[in-house]
Design a protein around this ligand. Structure first.
Ligand code: F2R
Ligand code: MG
Ligand code: MG
Ligand code: MG
Length: 346
């Protein structure tokens, strides 16, 4: 029982890292050639293939800081987490951070964090960031709070609001954390019922998102919500095809959380079954290979999808040869072990 949960924590953080490292070389490509991607993964799985390690990006840099802070304090601590984000950024600024979020780090440094919440509220003329930067780093929160949904929702919101205050930035992170939780609570050998997995997320998001239609129209005339995106996700799952262009058209593949978190969850769910252009029996590989095939924000979508696959299947399901090609995979694994320790023995 405990061993199963520990293996899931390790799978989740290593899975998140692998999606980031393997997806990063394709970030911003509008179309990723299926044969190129198939060969890329085939080579990575070959134990004799030698190449420089793939570097991780901001997704992993920030995920590490979230995990380290939770481990250190055994709880969410806003100043400590903000300090870790800032230190990490100024030590290693060239990890491909979002254009606006670095303004938050600079303000924290320049004001000595007088009000830790304020810089994020000032982003985008007071609108707040709706980018996927809160969702991309949330898996340690989903793990740490997996036994308590209320705590999970609250902690994911707090963790997000350090940098992202737009409801779509915050709710995207909550959705991803809820999906991580569902994966941890699911038996690693039990197959996922994709219909009930997604229905359960819709139900939970209805308790999080605004009820009134006009409150859902803050980005234009059309209502926008994760519940609507998840409805599209379910329709897509009902069609058997797995066509990257159709997925991008329906769910998106951009740096906005609304157009990347549901896409990542869809990739995770659809890849539970075979996909014609992905030749592998390894479900973990199929998930991240499918996520990267969408193009666009590939590091982040693959990282979020990989975190879900790893949290369901556990570390045992990840090919060690692929792992060796990714920078800092040992660090992700060791953080996952420490995080499981503070979570299971509070
Ligand atoms: N930034 C990237 N990738 C592209 C740049 C790579 C770089 N050139 C390089 O090669 O080094 N990737 C990383 O950013 C995403 C996470 O971003 P985050 O943390 O959410 O940042 P930010 O700046 O808050 O938001 C990102 C963009 O979203 C748009 N946006 C957000 N809120 C908005 C709003 N209220 N109104 C309008 N636009 C909004 C803006 O374009 C922001 O710049 C991940 O993909 C990570 O991998
Ligand atoms: Mg990145
Ligand atoms: Mg750090
Ligand atoms: Mg990205």
């Amino acid at each position: 029982e405990t061993a199963v949960v520990v293996n899931k924590f390790r799978g989740c953080l290593v899975g998140s890292l692998l999606g980031d490292c393997l997806g990063a070389p394709f970030e911003n490509e509008s179309k990723v050639a299926k044969v190129v991607l198939q060969r890329y993964f085939d080579k990575m799985e070959d134990p004799n293939f030698k190449s420089p390690q793939k570097q991780y990006t901001d997704d992993t840099a920030m995920t590490k800081s979230v995990a380290e802070s939770l481990i250190q304090h055994g709880a969410f601590n806003e100043k400590d987490m903000a300090r870790r984000f800032t230190t990490e950024y100024f030590q290693s600024p060239r990890r491909g951070y979002g254009q606006a979020v670095v303004g938050v780090f600079r303000k924290w440094r320049d004001t000595k964090m007088e009000d830790v919440w304020r810089p994020a509220r000032e982003q985008f003329d007071g609108e707040g960031s709706a980018g996927n930067g809160a969702a991309m780093r949330i898996s340690p929160v989903g793990l740490f709070c997996y036994k308590d949904r209320q705590l999970l929702v609250q902690t994911a919101a707090d963790c997000s609001k350090l940098t992202h205050t737009h409801r779509l930035g915050v709710h995207g992170a909550i959705l991803q954390a809820l999906a991580i939780q569902q994966c941890v609570l699911h038996g690693p050998k039990e197959s996922i019922d994709v219909k009930s997995f997604s229905a359960s997320l819709i139900e939970k998001m209805s308790e999080v998102e605004p009820q009134e239609e006009d409150e859902l129209c803050d980005m234009g005339d059309e209502p926008q919500s994760y519940q609507l995106q998840l409805n599209s996700l379910q329709k897509l799952l009902n069609k058997n095809e797995a066509n990257p262009e159709v997925v991008v058209e329906a769910l998106g593949n951009t740096v906005l959380a609304l157009y990347s978190v549901p896409a990542a969850i869809y990739c995770f769910l659809r890849a539970q079954r075979p996909i014609d252009f992905i030749k592998t029996d390894n479900v973990f590989r199929r998930v991240i290979q499918f996520a990267i095939s969408l193009g666009g924000d590939t590091d982040t979508i693959a990282s979020m999808a990989g975190a879900l696959a790893g949290a369901h299947l556990g570390l045992d399901a990840i090919n060690p040869s692929i792992m060796k090609h990714c920078e800092a995979h040992e660090i992700a694994d060791s953080l996952a072990c420490d995080l499981s320790d503070v979570t299971l023995n509070p």
